[in-house]
Design a protein around this ligand. Structure first.
Ligand SMILES: *Cc1c(COP(=O)(O)O)cnc(C)c1O
Length: 369
């Protein structure tokens, strides 16, 4: 066999990217187990969204609606937005990449927090820009640290609210202070992938800022509370020039026909969204209380407003041992040493049975440690 050497060289900044690690759904030995590693909706998908997906036009040779007109209009009606200023993506991940591509390149800087969403660094490096990683304040977003990191080369700031993987929430006044402290030339991206898990009065007013400010982009997704992760649908809202710039580089038919139909129906099913939020409030509360009882064993929850909790292991039982022990017991959670969190597990709130089960398994490991 002949080796074809050397292969063409990718841009050097591409080889500096550590590939995204998805949440796993099988154990090391290939057993299928309960997956609490990707913040998916344990209640599934709205039945109406499923029906719309199943009933969508199956003319497979036709491209989807490139303008996602019905979806943009449904979003605009629900959130009182201008449909012309709604961008849509193959997941909100695509929108994060679009914004980095439109606003940054070699020589530029993009700021995100140390324990932030892994895609920010990938999107930054992909365009040859430099990630500037700022310290947290006890795992939460530190607005002062972000503002202190701004230089004349800063182009974009990525903030997830609530944040992943920490679950922490930056209140409205802090988001307003962050925006007010940034130069107008810096684009503030508020990633609201988990916003629907907040109660309405907790809203961080990101969308209100995006309505009136020229340097704010809000991103949302149908993957989390709406339970449509498989279809890859995200959206964003910003002023017209930002939307125009992103449209120039997005993939032309980036949301599928069935996905658009499912998303429109999911949006209308507010009952399903409310039931999911209520379920999450109840079982996240219960879970946090149970972990609190393991405090003397060194377990501690970072305060979460999302559908997952970051549990810190500061006693005899290490996060590494707990991760493998839970896998043995049939639960896959997220251990994040690659994100600088070797002492923590991110655990998605599952069904009642799953949440009780993973808690009992954890208690067992604590008692045996
Ligand atoms: C899950 C997640 C997203 C992206 O989800 P998509 O499926 O691409 O829409 C974006 N940001 C954060 C913080 C997330 O956790």
């Amino acid at each position: 066999m002949t080796n074809i050497m050397p292969a063409p060289a990718p841009k050097p900044w591409i080889m500096g990217i550590a590939p995204y690690t998805p949440g796993r759904s099988t154990t090391d030995d290939g057993r299928k187990v309960i997956k609490l590693s990707s913040n998916e909706n344990p209640l599934g998908t709205s039945p109406a969204a499923k029906a719309a997906f199943d009933g969508a036009d199956r003319t497979l040779e036709r491209y989807p609606d490139a303008g996602a007109v019905e979806l943009r209009e449904a979003l605009a009606a629900q959130y009182d937005l201008d449909p012309a200023r709604v961008i849509y993506g193959t997941g909100s991940d695509e929108i994060l990449h679009l914004v980095a591509g439109a606003y940054a390149g070699p020589g530029d800087e993009i700021i995100h927090v140390r324990y932030g969403f892994a895609v920010y660094e990938i999107a930054t490096r992909r365009v040859g820009a430099e990630p500037v990683i700022v310290d947290d304040r006890d795992y939460a977003t530190d607005v002062d640290a972000i503002l202190a990191a701004v230089t004349e080369r800063t182009r974009v700031v990525f903030v997830a609210n609530p944040n992943n993987p920490t679950g922490t929430f930056t209140p409205r006044a802090e988001i307003a202070r962050l925006h007010a402290g940034l130069p107008r030339s810096v684009l503030l991206v508020i990633d609201q992938a988990y916003a629907e898990y907040l109660s309405p009065e907790e809203d961080d007013a990101g969308l209100a800022l995006a309505m009136t400010e020229a340097n704010v982009l809000v991103t949302r997704t149908f993957s989390k509370i709406h339970g449509l992760a498989a279809e890859r649908i995200g959206w964003g809202y910003a002023c017209a020039p930002i939307i125009d710039a992103m449209h120039r580089i997005r993939a032309p038919f980036n949301v599928t026909t069935a996905g658009q139909a499912a998303a429109v129906a999911a949006l209308a099913d507010t009952g399903f969204v409310d039931a999911t939020r209520a379920h999450n409030d109840t079982w996240r509360g219960w879970f946090v209380e149970q972990i609190g009882q393991m405090g003397n064993a060194g377990l501690r929850c970072v305060p979460s407003k999302a559908n997952f909790v970051l549990v810190l292991f500061e006693g005899n039982l290490t996060a590494d041992a707990a991760y493998h022990g839970l896998m043995e017991a049939g639960y896959i959670v997220r251990w994040l040493p690659s994100q600088g969190l070797p002492n923590a597990l991110r655990i998605t709130i599952g069904t009642e049975e799953e949440t009780r089960g993973v808690t009992a398994a954890l208690r067992d490991l604590v008692e045996r440690a």
